[in-house]
Design a protein around this ligand. Structure first.
Ligand SMILES: *[C@@H]1O[C@H](CO)[C@@H](O)[C@H](O)[C@H]1NC(C)=O
Length: 236
């Protein structure tokens, strides 16, 4: 009798645990590097991608268009910057995955690297997924989103803590008017450079993605081997 009761109890536990476990293994993370995860392309409200998805849901394929008119690019070299070029935007095709409530990981589809911010506020493209690759996604006016580092922010120092309770500032992903990233601690959520419009892919983008996955020569022409020296950029 006791044994039966224990089994019953255990099965209850298992049932209540499994959803949590599933949520901790987002799809993007379970995909090996360089592999095609072939997500079901899921539309969110308005098709703009600003809305939080269920954890572990299919990545949203998007371009991130900054209010400074640059598209965010994730280079295979480890570099992040913006481009004004609209017709060969392959490094700007991104996969945005919800990894926690309101938290996303942003991966370059072609470079297979994650957007990341280091403790000095520098953006870089990480080969591996780690805590520096997690960003708080917030919706702002006119459909623009901001992406703030989950890990690093400006915290008011000890003595002033009470008086300046509001002085904590988030460090945002941002691309300035020259197409270069700003250091996190210099960013504000009201600056154009911190505002990004997630855009769905157009026909040209879809064609590039198709060629990338089916045509080896095309893929090789786009991806040069990453420069090992630049992997150390995050240490600067
Ligand atoms: C972005 O980086 C690439 C590769 O280093 C470079 O060719 C391009 O000029 C850069 N774009 C801007 C706007 O700085």
């Amino acid at each position: 009798m006791v044994i039966i009761w224990i089994f019953f109890f255990l099965s209850l536990l298992q049932e209540s645990w499994s959803p949590g476990l599933a949520a901790e293994v987002p799809q993007a993370l379970s995909c090996a590097k360089g592999q095609t995860c072939d997500p079901r392309l899921r539309r969110d409200a308005g098709g703009r991608g600003g809305v939080y998805e269920h954890l572990g849901g299919a990545p949203r394929r998007r371009k991130l268009y900054c209010a400074t008119k640059y598209h965010l690019q994730i280079h295979a070299s480890g570099k992040i910057n913006g481009t004004l070029e609209k017709n060969s935007l392959f490094l700007g095709i991104l996969e945005i995955t919800a990894v926690d409530v309101g938290i996303v990981a942003i991966k370059g589809l072609f470079s297979s690297r994650y957007l990341a911010m280091n403790k000095r506020g520098r953006l870089y493209a990480s080969e591996t997924y780690n805590a520096e690759c997690e960003f708080v996604e917030r919706i702002h006016e006119l459909g623009y989103n901001t992406y703030a580092s989950r890990l690093y922010r400006t915290v008011p120092s000890g003595a002033n803590n009470k008086r300046k309770a509001s002085a904590e500032r988030l460090w945002y992903v941002s691309i300035n008017g020259k197409g270069r990233p700003r250091r996190g601690f210099k960013t504000r959520r009201t600056q154009k450079s911190s505002l990004f419009l997630p855009r769905v892919l157009d026909n040209k983008d879809h064609e590039m993605v198709r060629l990338f996955h089916t045509n080896v020569k095309y893929r090789e022409s786009l991806l040069k081997p990453p420069n090992k020296n630049q992997r150390r950029r995050r240490g600067h």
